[in-house]
Design a protein around this ligand. Sequence first.
Ligand SMILES: Cc1cc2nc3c(=O)[nH]c(=O)nc-3n(C[C@H](O)[C@H](O)[C@H](O)COP(=O)(O)OP(=O)(O)OC[C@H]3O[C@@H](n4cnc5c(N)ncnc54)[C@H](O)[C@@H]3O)c2cc1C
Length: 399
Amino acid sequence: MVAAIGSARRGASVILLEKNEKLGKKLYITGKGRCNLTNDCDEEDFLKNVPSNPSFLYSAIYGYNSRYVMVFFESLGVKLKVERGDRVFPVSEKASDITKALTKELARLKCKVETNTKVTGIRIDNGKVIGVNTGTGFIETDAVIIATGGLSYPSTGSSGDGYKFAKGAGHEVVEPTPALVPLKSSEEFIPELAGLSLRNVDLSLFASGKLVFRDFGEMLFTHTGVSGPLILSASGHYKDGTAEIKIDLKPALDWNELDKRVLKDFDENKNKQFKNSLDALLPSKIIPVVIEKSAIDPEKKVNEITRAERERLISAIKAFDLKVDGTEGFSQAVITAGGVALNQINPSTMESKICSGLYFAGEVLDVDALTGGFNLQIAFCTGFLAGEAASEAVLKAKT
Ligand SMILES: Cc1cc2nc3c(=O)[nH]c(=O)nc-3n(C[C@H](O)[C@H](O)[C@H](O)COP(=O)(O)OP(=O)(O)OC[C@H]3O[C@@H](n4cnc5c(N)ncnc54)[C@H](O)[C@@H]3O)c2cc1C
């Protein structure tokens, strides 16, 4: 949509082809329906949040930074607000307002929008785009912008068609993999913890015994594993096979402070059974699992617990461990890593270096970012750049 707007504003006549019955189906579910459309940060900070291939985005982000995107949406009548972590949302908290604003602007610019129209192939002649095939026929064009998204949440329309088109035009595609994705765990206690959300925990991910990720924040247990902001960020560091997560459930207290706190709680509950002594310390759902990990008899009287047993309890709280054995895959991945290889694309225009008139924008490219509005910012800045560059090239060729 943004690529079409960029093109039309520069004077090109534009047709937007969308295979769904409506535009922006994925946008509706972004930011839990609130659409975290960008991050109010400077270009340098933006690039720090793009772990793969940030340098490819220099022209796009310096040309159309988050301020540009914010001014763009405000000029379309969408009031914005900035929340924690510089995340930008519509004041209305409705992702649908973003789609509505874009749809209105497309109409104002007289872009021809054809929904329920699936592109089935790109037609190329002598190294130059000549048009696209759709389910119902051939549309002749001077340029084509592929903005078909990745493979995640395929129910929204992003089912990887763009990769086929790119390959058909001679492009290499870096194998797409699910990213920002919940992790699976077959630990027996997982179903018992489903729905439990943990705030202010310190989480470490180990692969082959090596620490590959550590951060502080929020996570949650699902029926099949773990999810939430910390896990989505950690997932970028998970490769195939088994990995281990260790959660410090009480990061504000070091070992000795926690020991003192437990002693105090034990003192207050000395005649109770161990299983009934942890209510003030931990969320109730996790207590039986922590008890199991501590290998202390749950029926034991608190005043009979030995020092060695107490140390095992502290260990179970400061390093609550679980094995991870996979990801939830594309159906639940927020984004797709990998995509159309960047060395065959001109970063100043987003045009293919091997097929004239063919442009790419958004998640179909081999760039991806962390959570915080950075992925939509990538889609917007590459969309504006591709749209304007395509328009200029086409109009120049005609004069
Ligand atoms: C649950 C969820 C929440 C998210 N929340 C955020 C967030 O808050 N902030 C953020 O920055 N990012 C978020 N993202 C990521 C962000 O939505 C994507 O990175 C972004 O939408 C990519 O934009 P795109 O235009 O490249 O692709 P898409 O948004 O996937 O759009 C591609 C479009 O192309 C159409 N299409 C595909 N193939 C064809 C074809 N052959 N013919 C015609 N049309 C076709 C599809 O139907 C689709 O409408 C979220 C993602 C998910 C899944």
